[in-house]
Design a protein around this ligand. Structure first.
Ligand code: GLA
Length: 372
């Protein structure tokens, strides 16, 4: 039995660091992705090959133990197999080989795409018949418990469930989702990769998560009642609690509450074709990530500011966890060359590495391309 699957990378339009706070997000997926070919083995081994790296690793399914803190490429397929088995699925061994064109470490979720591709391939080969939502949740479990990054559900959901031409609106509490038409005929979604990769990203990410939990507990304590998440707290309540909140926690909680509201407004703006409002919300999201959530960096700020000042740009913001990675700009097609020119002008000066540009249409989620 063999299968060929494709899983895309994701770009977040708006709704950053809200997924693990039971909030709202609005990502879409790219035409870039990971293609994986897999076939069954009878000896209980997974033999995984990363074609782009020319590396191969083997591991027995029976010996998978969450190491936590390991972040080698094979931890992602191994983690997915582990999560499937934890769920009670009986897996056979497999040869898997994958390659792709998502820039790694750029905040475009190459790791989620690798998880999703593995999950789709193992689901098919082992006849598991798990639905896509369940598979996405198991991919998140792999990342949280096996790889050791406390990510939310956005990336795996997007890679699994998106539809062409649409963004995926997710309520990360109920896990209900809707496909939102973007109606962008005269515009481009330009993804500008700063090529900055910061090693502190994972530790800072986990720290932000912990800060949100702490802020929630402190604000709840002052209100005299527990609230399930920052989503259940209003700006007024945060302001009332402010005198007794450490400054960092005040900023984190304020950002999350504001960002949730922006996502809901952005969904309506895109539905109505109101790009002025959608762009303003994107810009405000970036400012919040910079000033309140404090996950931006000089290069991302510079790219966003350059885009804001460039003609024909409706809005721009950093996308993904932050501390490097990409900025997304919603720009009129005919103005894209000027945006590129202005960005590239900064190379060598304020930007050490020359940023890379990708334009992408919102694409579809994971797909079994061939099987048999
Ligand atoms: C990473 C995580 C997501 C999400 C974003 C920030 O991509 O994997 O779950 O939290 O960061 O919005």
């Amino acid at each position: 039995m063999r299968v060929k699957v494709f899983a895309p990378g994701r770009v977040n339009l708006i709704g950053e660091h809200t997924d693990y706070n039971e909030g709202f997000v609005l990502p879409f997926v790219t035409e870039m992705g990971i293609t994986m070919e897999a076939s069954l083995r009878s000896d209980g081994l997974i033999k995984a090959r990363a074609l782009d790296l020319g590396e191969e690793v083997s591991f027995p399914l029976a010996e998978l133990i969450p190491a936590g803190g390991g972040k080698n490429w094979w931890d992602y397929p191994a983690g997915v197999c582990w999560a499937l088995m934890e769920e009670g699925c009986r897996l056979k061994g497999a040869d898997i080989a994958f390659g792709g064109d998502i820039p790694v470490g750029s905040g475009l979720s190459s790791s989620a795409a690798l998880e999703v591709a593995t999950a789709a391939a193992m689901n098919y080969l082992n006849g598991l018949n798990l639905d896509p939502k369940k598979l996405a949740l198991l991919c998140q479990k792999a990342e949280n418990s096996y790889v050791g990054v406390q990510s939310g559900i956005m990336d795996q959901f997007a890679s699994m469930l998106s539809r062409p031409g649409r963004a995926l609106f997710i309520d990360c509490r109920s896990l209900e989702y809707a496909h939102i038409p973007l109606n962008l005929s005269g515009q481009e979604l330009a993804v500008i990769d700063s090529r900055i990769k910061r090693s502190l990203a994972a530790s800072e990410y986990n720290r932000r998560r912990a800060e949100c939990a702490e802020a929630l507990a402190l604000i709840g304590g002052q209100l005299g009642e527990n609230r399930a998440s920052l989503r259940d707290i209003s700006i007024e309540e945060i302001e009332a609690a402010r005198p007794n909140l450490p400054e960092a926690l005040y900023r984190r909680s304020r950002f999350v509450v504001e960002e949730n509201r922006r996502v809901l407004e952005a969904v309506e703006a895109f539905r109505a074709g109101d790009l002025t409002l959608a762009g303003q919300l994107m810009n405000a999201s970036h400012a919040g990530l910079r000033d309140l959530y404090q996950v931006s960096c000089l290069e991302l700020d510079l790219l966003a500011e350059t885009a804001w000042a460039s003609p024909g740009v409706w809005g721009a913001r950093m996308t993904g966890a932050g501390f490097g990675g990409c900025v997304i700009a919603l720009v009129e097609k005919e103005h894209l060359p000027e945006l590129k020119r202005r960005v590239l002008e900064k190379t060598g000066g304020e930007l050490a590495a020359e940023p890379r540009f990708y334009t992408t249409r919102p694409a579809g989620g994971a797909l079994v391309e061939q099987g048999g």
